[in-house]
Write a protein that binds this ligand. Structure first.
Ligand SMILES: Nc1ncnc2c1ncn2[C@@H]1O[C@H](COP(=O)(O)OP(=O)(O)O)[C@@H](O)[C@H]1O
Ligand SMILES: [Mg+2]
Length: 403
C-alpha cells in the first residue's frame, strides 16, 4: 500500500441538451482547470447538443470542441449507470463485437450544466439513483429554482419580496388570449416583463410597454415553454447578485456584484458574446455600490431564499433593486450560475480552487447525511402473497403499509 492518499476521481459534466449548452462548456472547463491535480483525477464528461454522452482526454481541451468531436481519437461514448453497483460511468456501453465496455468508478460528480436537462433536477435524479455524491443542489431545489413561477410562490411564503405576476399555460393563451390580457391588465401596469417559466439566459424574455407588444411577447414566450409569467417591470432598478455557499441551513453569502449594463436588459449577446474573455468581460461592480444596510438585507434574503428551497452547494441569487427608495425584489435563483460565480468568492479571499474543494466536501457531506435514512425495509409481504396467491388484490391492501 502506498502511503500517498488516493486521488479523488471527479467527473465534471458539461454541455447538455439546452440552449445554454455553449455557456456550460465554458463553465465546465473553468472548473476543470482549477482542480488540484495532486488531489483529484478529473474525468471530463461532455453531453452534446443531441444528448449523447462522451468522455476521453481530448475533452479536456476547449479548442477541440467542434462538430466532429465525437470521432476524435480517444473520445468514446459513455453513460452514467443508474445502478448502485457500478458506481460510475460505463465506457463504450454498446461496445459491439470487438469492443469492450468498462466501468469508470467515480467518487464525486460535478455537474456544470445550465438550464434544461441539467440545472432543473433531471440530471440530479440520475445521480440520486446512482447513489454517487454530487455537487450542488438536489432534485427538489434544482427543479424548484428552475421554475420562475413556483420559486416566487415559495419565496412569498417565506416573506422574501418578489414582483407581482400573472401566470398561465400555453393552452390557456391559445384558447382565450383576450381573457389572459384582461387578467394581466387588471393586476399589472405597463411596462411588464414576459417570461417563459423555465428558460435561462434571457431567451424568450420580452419587455412590453403596451398591449400589442404584450401579445407579441407572449407569443414568443409560449414557443419556449408551456407556462408563462408576466410580471411588473421594476423601473429604474439596478441588478444586484449575491452568491451563496453551503448546505442548508449553514449558508454563507458572498459580496454583492452589480452588473453594469442594465439599461434595457441583458440579452444573450450582451451577457456572453461581448469581448474576448467570456463572461468575465461583462462589466460589473464588486462590491455593489449600495449602502451597508441594503447590502446586509440582500445577503439575508439570499441566505433565506437558499434555505427556503432547501439548497445545497452553491447558487447565485439575483435581485432587482431600487437603491434610492430601498426597494428590493428577488428576481431568480440560479443553482448552476455561469462561472459558478467563482469571481465573487475570490473577493472573499476564497480562491477558485478552495471553492471547488469546498463544493466537493459539501457534496460528500450531503451524501453521508442522505445515507443515514433507511431505504431498505424488509417485510414478509411477498412471501405471504406468494403463499396466498395473487387472486385478491384486496388481500394485498389489507397488509399494513410500512411507515
Ligand atoms: N420585473 C423586472 N423588472 C425589471 N427588469 C427585469 C424584470 N425581470 C427581468 N428583468 C431584466 O431581464 C433580465 C432577464 O430576466 P431573468 O428573469 O433574470 O431571466 P434569465 O433567467 O434569462 O436570466 C434580468 O437580468 C433583468 O435585467
Ligand atoms: Mg437572470
Amino acid at each position: 500500500m502506498s502511503s500517498a492518499k488516493r486521488k479523488t476521481t471527479v467527473a465534471v459534466i458539461f454541455g447538455g441538451r439546452s440552449v445554454e449548452h455553449d455557456v456550460s462548456v465554458v463553465t465546465g472547463h473553468q472548473v476543470i482547470r482549477v482542480f488540484d491535480p495532486e488531489q483529484y483525477e478529473v474525468v471530463p464528461v461532455y453531453i452534446d447538443r443531441e444528448g449523447r454522452w462522451l468522455t476521453g482526454e481530448p475533452l479536456l481541451e476547449l479548442k477541440n470542441f467542434r462538430d466532429e468531436i465525437a470521432s476524435y481519437k480517444g473520445v468514446m461514448s459513455t453513460l452514467l449507470s443508474p445502478t448502485t453497483n457500478h458506481h460510475g460511468l460505463i465506457l463504450n456501453p454498446v461496445a459491439g463485437r470487438f469492443g469492450k465496455s468498462e466501468v469508470q468508478r467515480l467518487d464525486v460528480i460535478f455537474p456544470t450544466i445550465h438550464g434544461t436537462h441539467g440545472e432543473d433536477g433531471t440530471l440530479q435524479g440520475l445521480f440520486e439513483l446512482a447513489d454517487i455524491p454530487y455537487v450542488g443542489c438536489g432534485v427538489l431545489a434544482s427543479a424548484l429554482a428552475n421554475d420562475k413561477i413556483i420559486t416566487k410562490d415559495v419565496l412569498r411564503q417565506h416573506a422574501i419580496p418578489v414582483v407581482d405576476d400573472v401566470h398561465f399555460t400555453r393552452a390557456e393563451w391559445l384558447n382565450d388570449p383576450d381573457a389572459i390580457i384582461q387578467r394581466i391588465t387588471e393586476k399589472l401596469a405597463y411596462p411588464v416583463f414576459v417570461k417563459p417559466a423555465t428558460t435561462g439566459s434571457s431567451i424568450g424574455i420580452g419587455r412590453a410597454a403596451d398591449e400589442t407588444l404584450l401579445r407579441a411577447s407572449i407569443d414568443v414566450a409560449t414557443h419556449f415553454d408551456q407556462r408563462v409569467l408576466v410580471e411588473s417591470a421594476v423601473t429604474n432598478c439596478v441588478e444586484i447578485n449575491c452568491a451563496v455557499l453551503g448546505n442548508t441551513p449553514d449558508v454563507r453569502a458572498s459580496v454583492l456584484e452589480q452588473p453594469v449594463s442594465w439599461e434595457a436588459f441583458l440579452t444573450y449577446e450582451e451577457k456572453y458574446l461581448r469581448g474576448g474573455e467570456g463572461m468575465k468581460s461583462a462589466e460589473r461592480l464588486i462590491p455593489a455600490p449600495i449602502s451597508p444596510e441594503l447590502t446586509e438585507q440582500i445577503q439575508e434574503y439570499a441566505r433565506g431564499a437558499f434555505r427556503a428551497i432547501g439548497g445545497r452547494g452553491t447558487a447565485r441569487i439575483d435581485f432587482l433593486v431600487r437603491p434610492d427608495v430601498g426597494e428590493v425584489y428577488l428576481n431568480e435563483v440560479n443553482t448552476m450560475p455561469g462561472s459558478l460565480a467563482l469571481y465573487l468568492w475570490q473577493e472573499e479571499n476564497l480562491s477558485p480552487r478552495e471553492v471547488v474543494d469546498q463544493l466537493v466536501k459539501l457534496a460528500q457531506e450531503a451524501h453521508v447525511e442522505k445515507r443515514r435514512s433507511t431505504y431498505n425495509y424488509q417485510t414478509n409481504l411477498i412471501a405471504q402473497t406468494a403463499a396466498r396467491g395473487l387472486k385478491g388484490i384486496k388481500g394485498v391492501k389489507s397488509t399494513p403499509t410500512p411507515g
